[in-house]
Design a protein around this ligand. Structure first.
Ligand code: ATP
Length: 446
């Protein structure tokens, strides 16, 4: 993990947030390469969940959330972790995450600590103006259910997908971007008829594992864990977590829950007129019926299957898998990020042999523009004048193709393309470079 963190900072993937003022714990910034990697991962999810299917719509909802949403969802009462203090050193932590220095010391009785961030909306700061930063993106999807059904004429089964920020005041943020206070989620709420929920739950578990494999996570590093007992959320009939072997241990990458009719049932008006199976709080505030008519024109409250993945945990997992140190001849080492090509932050680096030769540099810029126009991802000109150093840098940040412009490019119209993984170099005519680039990026799976 330490090597990963150092590489992420050195090369501009991820920085500690607010660092010049001492940093804010549990908050990170994504640098020039980090933002590309993160966007590529999110785009791949969106393609797989929205574009490649015919039964899912997208949405982008507000982060600021009305307190009633989180009252009826149960978050105000139950979104808590047990907090304890060490009587010897005064440190505060989660009861199930005792730091090494406090093991064996006397601890206070655990008390429940709510993880939601509260804020105020408008110029008056009192209880009447309070709102929350959402702790998950899902709730705003449920409360938009009728808007989506009315505007798209969807019938069951169908889903609503969202990618966005969530906030949790974690008691002990740790393990780099694994457990943070501000993070992004990729969530799908998939609405099905009661009775079809278990079959859909299974399908989504299989679908999601396959997707992680296409991101470069080997199947054998993933495990499915059936959540049981007190770890099972109050709304869930069954939850399966996709666990991944992170550098610090086997932990949750994504959760896939069968949330029954709890969510729509909690937020709907006229609860008594609908046959809601889940145990929900009496709702006197909602002004909307969150139900749908089945083929017999009966109003039913759909069940929800929810695959919910963390973007930041995904980024950590794909960097961890890509990170390789290879032994070369003469005791030399090569650090390579072997990202799947659709995830690589830079798609190609165009490198003029000499930085102060106008003809080479200008040709490099024109090759870059000819590739950039396809908008497959970022293409850069690497104008350091040192080919060896440029290759090392682009290996370390996972650039699949390095394209060298040398004097043969000027004299005989050829360029050399070096492949990141095999380090093989191929010389082709400049006229064919666009086709080479397009072919290279067209045969990818994600
Ligand atoms: P954990 O048990 O690890 O705290 P959780 O079960 O509370 O996670 P969910 O509420 O199921 O997590 O959230 C769905 C996904 O959001 C998780 O699988 C994870 O990838 C991501 N996630 C949740 N909390 C955090 C966090 N504090 N930092 C980063 N990602 C998070």
């Amino acid at each position: 993990m330490d090597e990963l963190v150092a590489l992420c900072k050195r090369r501009g993937f991820i920085f500690q947030s607010n660092e010049i003022y001492g940093g804010l714990q549990g908050v990170y910034d994504y640098g020039p390469l980090g933002v590309e990697l993160k966007n590529n991962l999110k785009n791949s999810w969106w393609k797989s969940i929205v574009y490649n299917r015919d039964d899912v719509e997208g949405i982008d909802t507000s982060i600021l959330t009305h307190p009633d949403v989180l009252k009826y969802s149960g978050h105000e009462d139950t979104f808590t972790d047990p907090l304890v203090d060490c009587k010897s050193c005064g440190l505060r932590f989660r009861e199930d995450q005792i730091p090494e220095q406090c093991i064996g010391e006397e601890l206070t009785e655990p008390r429940e600590f709510n993880l939601m961030f509260k804020t105020n909306v408008g110029p008056v700061v009192d209880d009447s103006s309070h709102a929350y930063l959402r702790p998950e993106t899902a709730q705003q999807i449920y409360i938009n259910f009728k808007n989506i059904v009315d505007s798209t004429s969807r019938s069951l089964p169908f889903g609503i997908a969202q990618i966005g920020k969530s906030f949790r005041n974690e008691i002990t943020p740790r393990n780099f971007i694994f457990r943070v206070r501000e993070f992004e989620q990729m969530e799908l709420e998939f609405f099905v008829s009661p009775g079809e929920d278990e079959a859909w739950h299974k399908k989504w578990i299989e679908n999601r594992v396959k997707w992680w494999v296409t991101q470069g996570i080997p199947n054998e590093k993933l495990k499915l864990l059936e959540v049981t007992g007190k770890d099972l959320a109050h709304y869930s009939k069954s939850t399966v977590d996709i666990m991944y072997s992170f550098p610090h241990g086997m932990e949750e990458l994504e959760g896939i829950a069968n949330r029954t009719d709890f969510d729509l049932g909690s937020h709907t008006k006229n609860q008594k007129d609908l046959k809601i199976n889940a145990k929900v709080m009496d709702n006197k505030d909602s002004n909307t019926r969150l139900a749908i008519q089945n083929q017999d024109k009966e109003w039913i409250v759909p069940y929800v299957i929810e695959p919910s993945a963390g973007v930041d945990r995904g980024v950590l997992a794909v960097i961890n898998e890509a990170f390789t140190i290879e032994n070369l001849e003469e005791n030399k080492k090569r650090t390579v990020l072997r990202f799947k090509k659709h995830l690589s932050p830079i798609k190609a680096a165009v490198i003029p042999l000499k930085r102060n030769n106008d003809d080479l540099v200008s040709l490099a810029h024109s090759v870059k523009s000819s590739l950039q126009k396809y908008q497959i991802g970022r293409v850069v000109v690497e104008n350091t004048g040192n080919i060896g150093k440029s290759y090392r840098k682009h290996d370390e940040i996972g650039t699949p193709l390095c394209i060298t412009i040398d004097f043969d490019s000027l004299d005989s119209n050829t360029i050399t393309i070096r492949d990141r993984d095999s380090m093989r170099q191929t010389t082709i005519s400049i006229d064919n470079v666009q086709q080479y680039f397009l072919d290279y990026y067209s045969n990818e799976s994600a």
